[in-house]
Ligand binder design. Structure first.
Ligand SMILES: Nc1ncnc2c1ncn2[C@@H]1O[C@H](COP(=O)(O)OP(=O)(O)OP(=O)(O)O)[C@@H](O)[C@H]1O
Length: 595
């Protein structure tokens, strides 16, 4: 642990983007060049404050919004410090990064590896996961890596199995990072962390990164850090935009539980949301029910959940990130005791558990911390079980200043959690803050026009069909997993080999369901859908080079959800050519095109 000093911990609360560059932060030229190769040119606010402090050797607790660049905030100075440390090989890693899930471990490992590769430095990184056989752990550590990325459970096991020696750790460990610190305890790692704490040498620099402030972070802080610098971005006082990035617009739709499939069909089929879309369900069965239902309308999607083999999960994430499909249905079930207790009360989950022959992976986590690329819309088909869960789900869009939107479908049963979420975010009806606004683009008429077809198809997606598809998908993925393992050892970049959005139903979609007939669409919906498409075209390709340009709010005005309201549209129609601003202009352009 970093040395305790007399002065009290410094609290830094800042939302201001100072005019800092990676050079002025004192970052090594090799790292700056590596970042440039990744089209990253300017540090984010958390990087601006954290990097110099970490380079100075301070213990740091950094809390910043989802997608704000916390990973590089610790990885860059960590690597720089290792560049400078002695070249003598040590018997244990000099830096250990602890993460709550396997998916995150893979993500951090990939980031470190690519930085090392770009910098051309002789550093080694390994990741250990609990699914690896013990001999593989030994082999991985025998290569004497400088950096180890793993979960707290693995580190404890390494110590108890003698794969890592306490004396070696005491001799070698210089930096310890607890990434996604707000989740480590909720994933049940408290005992593992406590078992590891006595082995952390006094001089070791400790860093805690987290997206939300919680009692768990406080607990960890007390356990591991002593006189740390607390970085909080943005200011704690401003609760209203405390946790959700500003560039994410949040919406909600009130609908009955029974109508949820109808509403999501309307959103997707009538093209009222921007792709790519990440849809969350609370149970695996619901995920498959949705997949089968959408398939009947010609909408292909992939399902990501904890019972799939690890290879398949990672491959699904890679394919989705590479843009091979647009709709991903994810089931996020953490090990959180609280969420499990609540989820247990759901009859559906109990049933789905009974039928899940394959053991769900307890180190699975797709929501928290995973860097989904270019997700424009997050849809909560089921509401999450906690406000923190909501923050982490919504945080999968609007990453690193790209724009995004979220739409929550809220049934009467979910109003209580919805209210809790709103109050957690500081959404106060009295002062009209309306952080989560009613979704403006979907009219009652549009929904009703699809009701008959939707209900008809929903009936055909029976529980047996769901169960069979789930089992079939799992069988496919297990086979895939084996193929993936051998194939990707040789062709690591061949993403096209296995497609995960395969159609599970036996029959192809009927033509009348695949294409929505024109007569079913009302004028408002047509306009809304066109506006969404126009905005998509205006945003251009989601080239990371553009996204990383960091022009604040440049895309905001082009966002249809900002530009389009039914009221704005009526006004435009009334005023004709006199309509002002973007709404009017868009509308006139569309009218001209129609003429
Ligand atoms: N300075 C930067 N400029 C542009 N993009 C960046 C910058 N730093 C990081 N990014 C990108 O921003 C995205 C989000 O970063 P990261 O995953 O570190 O966020 P995070 O704060 O850890 O989010 P979460 O709390 O959800 O884990 C990544 O795609 C990353 O490559």
């Amino acid at each position: 642990m970093a040395e305790t000093t007399e002065k009290p911990p410094k609290e830094i609360e800042s939302e201001e983007e100072e005019d800092q560059t990676f050079e002025t932060l004192g970052l090594d030229g090799r790292l700056i060049r590596a970042l440039n190769k990744k089209k990253i040119h300017k540090p984010t606010p958390i990087q601006q404050v954290a990097i110099p402090l970490i380079l100075q050797g301070k213990d740091v607790v950094a809390r910043a919004k989802t997608g704000s660049g916390k990973t590089f905030a610790y990885l860059l100075p960590l690597l720089q410090k290792l560049f400078a440390s002695e070249s003598k090989k040590k018997l244990a890693p000099s830096a250990i990064v602890l993460v709550p899930t396997r998916e995150l471990s893979q993500q951090v490992y990939t980031e470190v590896s690519s930085l090392i590769e770009f910098c051309r430095v002789p550093l080694k990184v390994v990741q250990l996961t609990s699914s690896m056989p013990a001999p593989d752990w030994k082999t991985a550590l025998a290569a004497l890596p400088e950096i180890l990325v793993t979960t707290p459970a693995c580190i404890k096991k390494c110590l108890s199995d003698g794969v890592l020696q306490p004396a070696s750790i005491d001799d070698s460990l210089e930096i310890l990072v607890l990434d996604e610190a707000d989740l480590l305890l909720s994933y049940g790692y408290e005992a593992d962390i406590k078992a590891f704490t006595p082995h952390i040498p006094k001089r070791c620099q400790c860093l805690l990164m987290s997206a939300t402030a919680s009692d768990d972070v406080e607990k960890l802080k007390k356990l591991i850090l002593h006189n740390s610098y607390i970085l909080t971005l943005p200011e704690v006082g401003d609760i209203k935009d405390d946790v959700i990035p500003k560039n994410v617009q949040q919406f909600w739709i009130s609908c009955s539980f029974r109508d949820k499939l109808l509403y999501i069909l309307s959103l997707l089929k009538l093209e009222l949301v921007q792709k790519k879309v990440l849809i969350f369900t609370n149970t695996i069965d619901m995920g498959f029910r949705l997949k089968l239902f959408l398939e009947k309308f010609g909408i292909r999607s992939a399902v990501l959940n904890s019972e799939l083999p690890q290879n398949s999960r990672l491959h699904i994430l890679e394919e989705f990130n590479a843009g091979l499909f647009d709709y991903l249905i994810a089931t996020d079930n953490s090990k959180s005791k609280e969420s499990e207790d609540k989820a247990e009360s759901s009859i559906e989950l109990k049933k789905s558990r009974k039928h899940a022959k394959h053991k769900a992976d307890s180190e699975f986590g797709v929501v928290r911390g995973i860097d989904f690329k270019n997700v424009h819309t997050v849809v909560n088909l089921d509401m999450p079980l906690s406000a923190e869960g909501y923050v982490h789900r919504i945080g999968r869009t609007g990453r690193a200043y790209s724009t995004g939107a979220s739409i929550s479908l809220v049934s009467p049963d979910e109003i209580t959690i919805f209210e809790k979420i709103k109050s957690f975010l500081g959404d106060d009806e009295k002062d009209d803050s309306n952080l989560i606004a009613p979704f403006p683009l979907l009219t009652k008429n549009a929904v009703e026009s699809l009701r008959y077809r939707s209900e008809d198809v929903a009936k055909s997606v029976t529980k047996i069909a769901v169960r069979e598809s789930r089992a079939q998908d799992l069988r496919n993925e297990i086979l895939n997993s084996e193929k993936l393992k051998s194939h990707f050892e040789v062709n690591p970049r061949d993403l096209d080999l296995l497609k995960h959005d395969k159609v599970l139903s036996k029959k192809p979609p009927a033509p009348h369901l695949r294409d929505v007939p024109d007569y079913l669409l009302d004028a408002t919906t047509k306009e809304a859908s066109k506006t969404v498409k126009l905005a998509r075209a205006a945003m251009g390709n989601p080239n990371p080079a553009r996204r990383n340009g960091y022009k604040k709010n440049t895309k905001k005005n082009k966002d249809p959800l900002k530009a389009f309201t039914t009221e704005g549209q009526k006004r435009a129609r009334r005023d004709g050519s006199k309509a002002e601003g973007k709404d009017g202009n868009d509308y006139r352009r569309q009218k001209k095109r129609k003429a």
